[in-house]
Ligand binder design. Structure first.
Ligand code: SF4
Length: 423
């Protein structure tokens, strides 16, 4: 049976006006066929109030996600809602609530109400948090509790969920064995599940009961973001057997999901040296049947704390050119602390720059048009035009403020090369 015949919620979303295809400048037929093939997904849970559905998968525009959420050391819902507003203003396309402190249900409810963009979560966090808050082992949960949490969040309106279904006992053992990796398992969800499998000596319930997960997801058109619990957390670990063991399983699960009427994306690395980014992206996409690839960075160097948004944007630009569809931002706070509102803004902008650079290299029409408009505005010393073409018009305005009335800028003043040649 076709994807649309099984997934009625998705079929209805596609009829939305203005249509998601029109908004991307793509034909409805091409979007429909990409969705059927699984190379594109349409994020949107009909239960999310006021939602604008979002297409992920090239040639739709490359999208940027901003992660927000409370932590036990910085637990303020108001601050997270403020960061959500900053992410929207800065041009993020989706937001993930990764909260692990406070009342997570209330937190999600408020974020869903405040966010017209698709909202993603990692349901495993809510399950583990209950155990940690009670002073118990986070691996103490039962599979039933996990599936109930997933169903509850789907009914609440969450649009996409990271589920680490591809993590196996074998993969976790490979990543953790003595001398195998510099940094072991760095994914929060991956480490909780690895601990669970070790404690219970059982296979990952998200893998063994994948059919149950598919039934929940299909009912609300929740897109599964098949998480990379074994993503490399150090450049030296990129491309090791544990990483690829999981990728192969994720590819199998993405195909199974599509056959069952469920949209799936695949999550990718992580820390990857620049010379390996292209092969990682093309390899993962091939192994996963072309499913949209959602990458964290990738970070091309491990020695940039304070500037990881830049290290991630360099990898992100190469990844987009190689076929990545969706960039998860990194902020200057990565590896150091919970991001504040300025970090969120810097992170979104860095990923948007990566997306623009990658799409320009791919010759995407909208990216080329924007580049051309900026060059033409510069030629005319048209500051308003420059502001309109800039990815961050607010930054242009702020930097220009002191000399806003001048024809030239304060870099060269009367030595302005553009003006000199024009005259
Ligand atoms: S003053 Fe210099 S930097 Fe500024 S617009 Fe003219 S040439 Fe460019």
């Amino acid at each position: 049976m076709s994807l649309f015949a099984q997934n009625k919620a998705l079929a209805a979303l596609l009829e939305n006006s203005p249509s998601p295809a029109e908004q991307e400048g793509l034909s409805p037929e091409s979007v429909r066929s990409a969705l059927e093939l699984g190379s594109m997904v349409l994020l949107g849970n009909p239960r999310h109030p006021g939602l604008k559905p979002c297409l992920i998968g090239q040639p739709a525009a490359v999208k940027v996600n901003a992660n927000i959420g409370t932590s036990p050391l910085r637990n303020s819902l108001d601050k997270e809602l403020d960061k959500l507003a900053v992410a929207l203003e800065a041009g993020a396309d989706t937001v993930m609530d990764l909260s692990v402190a406070g009342d997570l249900r209330v937190c999600r409810e408020k974020m869903l109400a405040a966010c017209s963009l698709p909202l993603g979560t990692v349901p495993l966090y809510a399950v583990a948090q209950r155990y940690i808050d009670a002073g118990k082992d986070p691996a103490g949960f039962s599979p039933e509790e996990l599936f109930e949490e997933i169903a509850d969040q789907a009914e609440q309106g969450v649009d996409f969920m990271t589920v680490h279904c591809g993590l196996t006992q074998r993969g976790a053992a490979w990543a953790s064995e003595e001398g195998a990796r510099v940094l072991g398992i760095v994914s929060r969800g991956g480490s909780i599940l690895a601990r669970w499998m070790r404690a219970h000596n059982k296979e990952n319930p998200l893998l063994t009961d994948y059919g149950r997960l598919l039934d929940i997801a299909r009912a609300h058109n929740v897109t599964l973001s098949l998480g990379d619990g074994l993503r490399p957390g150090a450049g030296a670990d990129a491309g090791d057997p544990a990483q690829w063991e999981e990728v192969v399983t994720l590819g199998r699960l993405a195909r199974q999901g599509l056959r069952a009427g469920v949209q799936c994306m695949v999550e990718g690395p992580g820390h990857v040296p620049l010379n390996m980014v292209r092969t990682q992206i093309t390899g993962i996409k091939a192994a996963c049947g072309g499913a949209p690839l959602y990458v964290l960075g990738p970070l091309v160097s491990d020695v940039c704390p304070g500037y990881d948004h830049i290290a991630g944007a360099i990898g992100g630009a190469v990844a987009v050119e190689a076929g990545a569809d969706f960039l998860c931002y990194l902020t200057p706070a990565e590896h150091l602390t919970l991001p504040d509102r300025d970090d969120v803004r810097a992170g979104v902008m860095a990923s948007r720059i990566a997306a623009q650079a990658g799409e320009r290299a791919l010759g995407r029409e909208r990216a080329l048009k924007r580049e051309k408009a900026m060059s033409e505005a510069r030629k005319k010393l048209d500051w308003k035009g420059m502001q309109e073409s800039a990815l961050d018009p607010i930054a242009v305005c702020a930097k220009r403020a002191e000399h806003a009335g001048e024809e030239v800028c304060a870099m060269c003043g009367e030595f302005c090369a553009v003006k000199m040649l024009r005259e």
